[in-house]
Design a protein around this ligand. Structure first.
Ligand code: PLP
Length: 637
């Protein structure tokens, strides 16, 4: 084990893996604080997140806060576009790249606004999967040169809106997802006398690994099978509208960890593209959907929360696949569209929160002596404690668990009292800690002992709700990087898991990125009196902000957007106050006015019955009002 003296920043960097998952945007400075460098890479301005957190609180906004670094959005859009452009140039590809951002990945107005702003230079457009998203996207488009791809089920209103946009000079693609859609589109196009740009969403047989593998392959609910494709072509031919068919679309899942699947998908799609050209469709666009993964755990592997490729490899594998397949019949190279959502927005948001309390695993010390004569149970436990060594570790582990259950049985049957049971449980905890310490020095840790290590940690209570702010952690075991944003020049000494403040036993984080194979707990610092301890959960910009729910009526968090200037100063670009208690009650259909009146009546009745005075009623009602106005999370006085 390191001692405080040998601890340094590079050890902290290694422990939390920040250089692995941080993608150049995050690192630790000499003062032991996490800094953000929105340009990525080695130069460019840096800002301490601890400083930002303190500034936020000074302005009167409470934790938890979703902190967005706007420039990171710009950097990611630039990275994706510049990389594609370079690969295209270097491989003599004849088409261009034109990305779109899928609105569903982060629908917040601020985010779409910033993406359209930064995307303008690259003609980076938007993808809409519903009528509401189309309305949002249309109003946010900053250039007619960017594309607007419409996926999802489309009713008449949806189609009409898209047709109007085409009339106004926007490049809107209607992607046909189900065979029935084509008739309605043909119909509405005739009514409005607009020539629609059509795309086909196809069901590939290529299936990607990862958590979203059912987005593709035979089990996929989306997309047209081969006979549907043939039907749609025939239908278009019959209407003399085959010249509208310009785009082939597929999406084999989000967060595809393995580059092999991305390549296989592209190759298969190109074969179909070729067939559509042969059928006489003009084509010109190949849309590969989303899937570009984020390396959340920094392992650079095909694990579901990682990816075994770089953006560079992603771009060049796609371009190479297209060149290879289309070369055989000299089909002209299409414009490449990707709908990368996660990879564009994940990095820009950080959930910041303070730790409210710690429930320490450290038991009270073993007493110097036990009541005489010591019971057999206590004697056995002491003997086990003294026996713990690497040679007998498994035996001690089994014994400790056996005696613990014996103590519980004896208590249940009234044979021992609460004091003896407490003593026994205390000794068991000491044995487990000793086992855990001994095991850390062993090369091969028996499986049962490994699971002991999962029990020996503190619980840090964080001021946030998993269900509201990190739904994927709860729902699909998504792993997200977690790191205290300050004090990293001190060695953290407590293995911990993090619990939120919902009263739900699922409301915890006990899976962490894994540079040292210690994935069920994270090392944190001991709390100090009168000093906040801030923790950040990183890479939460994609999907986390709106999938969340109001479990235990914890509402939206405060949001602060920062823009970092070239000289290292920063400005609070936008600020959004989270929900108040009255807001979330109103979402649940409570009428706040009548709640207030009912409470007034209860107070009045309490005066009448002599429980409180009129003066007390005034104070109680004032507190009730303050409660309604308050933030749904833990507020400092
Ligand atoms: C969800 C979705 C995306 C976004 O996928 P990412 O993996 O986040 O890039 C793109 N296209 C379609 C059709 C989607 O449903």
């Amino acid at each position: 084990m390191d001692t405080q003296k040998t601890w340094n920043i590079s050890k902290a960097t290694q422990l939390y893996g920040i250089d692995k998952w941080g993608a150049g945007y995050f690192s630790i400075n000499e003062a032991g604080e996490v800094v953000v460098r929105p340009s990525g890479g080695d130069d460019g301005p840096k800002v301490s997140l601890h400083e930002i957190a303190k500034e936020i609180e000074t302005r009167g906004l409470s934790m938890p806060v979703v902190l967005r670094i706007e420039n990171i959005l710009g950097s990611q859009i630039r990275l994706l576009n510049e990389t594609f452009r370079r690969v295209i140039r270097e491989s003599n590809y004849q088409g261009e790249y034109k990305g779109v951002f899928p609105v569903k990945v982060n629908q917040q107005e601020q985010v779409i606004e910033v993406i359209s702003q930064f995307g303008k230079e690259y003609n980076h457009g938007l993808e809409a999967g519903s009528k509401s998203e189309l309305i949002a996207a249309l109003s946010m488009m900053k250039t007619r040169k960017a594309s607007l791809v419409c996926n999802g089920y489309k009713d008449e209103e949806f189609i009409d809106l898209g047709l109007h946009a085409i009339k106004m000079g926007y490049q809107v693609f209607f992607v046909i997802e189900v065979p029935g859609e084509i008739d309605l589109i043909i119909d509405r196009a005739k009514v409005h006398q607009v020539k629609p740009n059509l795309g086909l969403r196809i069901k590939l047989s290529t299936q990607a690994e990862g958590l979203w593998s059912e987005s593709s392959g035979d089990a996929s609910v989306f997309g047209l099978g081969m006979s549907h494709v043939v039907d749609v072509i025939d239908r278009l031919k019959a209407e003399n509208m085959l010249d509208c068919l310009q785009l082939l679309h597929y999406h084999i899942g989000s967060q595809i960890p393995n580059i092999t699947d991305i390549r296989a998908g592209a190759m298969e799609a190109c074969r179909l593209y070729e067939e559509l050209v042969r059928e006489g469709a003009p084509m010109g666009y190949l849309d590969l959907g989303g899937g570009l993964a984020v390396d959340y755990d920094g392992s650079n592997t095909n694990f579901h929360s990682s990816r075994n490729y770089s953006i560079e490899e992603y771009c060049s594998d796609i371009i190479e696949s297209v060149i290879t397949v289309l070369a055989k019949n000299r089909i002209p190279h299409p414009t490449i569209i990707t709908e990368s959502g996660r990879a564009v927005v994940a990095y820009c948001s950080i959930l910041l929160f303070n730790i409210l309390d710690v429930s320490s695993f450290t038991p009270p010390p073993i007493p110097e002596s036990f009541p005489e004569p010591p019971s057999e149970l206590i004697e056995n436990l002491m003997a086990t404690y003294n026996m713990v060594s690497s040679k007998r570790i498994l035996e001690c582990c089994n014994d400790a668990l056996f005696y613990r259950s014996q103590a519980r049985q004896l208590f249940k049957h009234g044979q021992i009292g609460i004091r003896e049971r407490a003593m026994a449980e205390n000794l068991v905890q000491h044995i487990l800690i000793k086992i855990s310490q001994v095991s850390k020095k062993m090369e091969h840790i028996p499986r049962d002992v490994q699971s002991i290590n999962k029990l020996v940690y503190d619980i840090y209570y964080g001021n946030f709700s998993i269900f509201q702010s990190l739904p994927d952690v709860w729902a699909i075991n998504q792993i997200l990087p977690v790191i205290p944003i300050h004090r990293l020049n001190e060695q953290p000494t407590r293995p911990a898991i993090i619990s939120d403040i919902t009263c739900d036993c699922d409301g915890k984080i006990d899976n962490f990125p894994d540079p040292t194979h210690e994935r069920n707990s994270i090392m944190l610092h001991e709390l100090r009196d009168n000093e906040e301890y801030y923790v950040g959960i990183f890479l939460v910009g994609a999907y986390q902000e709106t999938l969340g729910d109001l479990h235990n009526l914890f509402g939206d968090t405060n949001v602060v957007s920062i823009h970092v200037n070239d000289d290292g100063s920063y400005k609070f670009a936008r600020e959004l106050e989270g929900d108040s208690v009255a807001d979330v009650l109103a979402y649940m259909e409570y009428d706040v006015r009548s709640l207030r009146n009912r409470f007034k009546n209860i107070a009045e009745d309490s005066i009448h019955k002599g429980y409180i005075t009129a003066r007390e009623r005034k104070a109680i009602l004032a507190d009730f009002e303050e409660g309604l106005r308050g933030y749904t999370y833990f507020e400092k006085e």
